[in-house]
Design a protein around this ligand. Structure first.
Ligand code: SF4
Length: 222
């Protein structure tokens, strides 16, 4: 199946809301196309996206960034003010906390992981994206995940966890245990912006992160 047909099916998926299952070989770009190039192609299609009203007030579409071969992918909800301004994910105060979790907690570099959001444009006033906006945007993230194929996705907060796991369960009920998304382990945990106001929950997040580290054989700090 060539790349153009995959694009057309992806468009149909976004417009109809019907989930189209792509066999791995079909989603993968041609063998001589690297993951980086495959991601760049998704970014190019995203650039002029007007699929939902969020584009009207957004300054930048925040695609995501990181290592295309990452074993760990962090997925948040949507860009905030700083992200909208810079076009980069998780660069405000919550982003600094996420960077600390990655670097001081996990002992990785931020560039080692991949960071993205469910919605690529900032919802006005930092509200959560509406279900219809998520439905329009989620196909782009699905494509990113299909290209990167991380070993673990860490879903940051309720919207990311509920969307990926297709559930209404609370983040409190979901966190702390591995779930699965298209054969990839998913660990839901609290969003860093929630931690900024609820310091006591940092302990829970650290417990969740340690489970991911153990799964990936990343040594725990002594
Ligand atoms: S949020 Fe997603 S679907 Fe909506 S305009 Fe932005 S890129 Fe397109």
């Amino acid at each position: 199946m060539n790349e153009r047909i995959v694009e057309i099916l992806r468009e149909e998926e976004r417009w109809t809301g019907r989930f189209i299952i792509f066999p791995r070989r079909m989603v993968a770009m041609p063998e001589d196309t690297s993951k980086k190039q495959a991601l760049e192609k998704i970014r190019e299609r995203l650039e002029n996206c007007r699929c939902c009203p969020l584009c009207e007030e957004a300054t930048n579409i925040v695609f995501g960034e990181g290592n295309p071969d990452a074993e760990v992918m962090f997925i948040g909800e949507a860009p905030g003010a700083m992200e909208d301004k810079t076009g980069r994910p998780f660069v405000g105060p919550a982003g600094r906390l996420l960077t600390d979790i990655i670097e001081k907690g996990m002992g990785l570099k931020r560039e080692d992981v991949y960071i993205a959001n469910i919605a690529k444009c900032r919802p006005p006033g930092n509200r959560a994206p509406f279900p219809e906006e998520i439905r329009q945007c989620i196909g782009f993230l699905e494509e990113q995940i299909d290209v990167i194929r991380p070993k673990v996705i860490i879903a940051l907060g309720k919207i990311a966890a509920q969307t990926l796991l297709d559930t209404d369960a609370s983040i409190t009920a979901l966190r702390g245990n591995f779930h699965e998304y298209r054969g990839i382990k998913v660990m839901p945990t609290f969003h860093p912006s929630y931690l900024l106001h609820n310091q006591a929950k940092k302990r829970d997040v650290w417990e969740d992160i340690k489970k991911v580290m153990q799964y990936l054989d990343i040594p725990l700090p002594k």
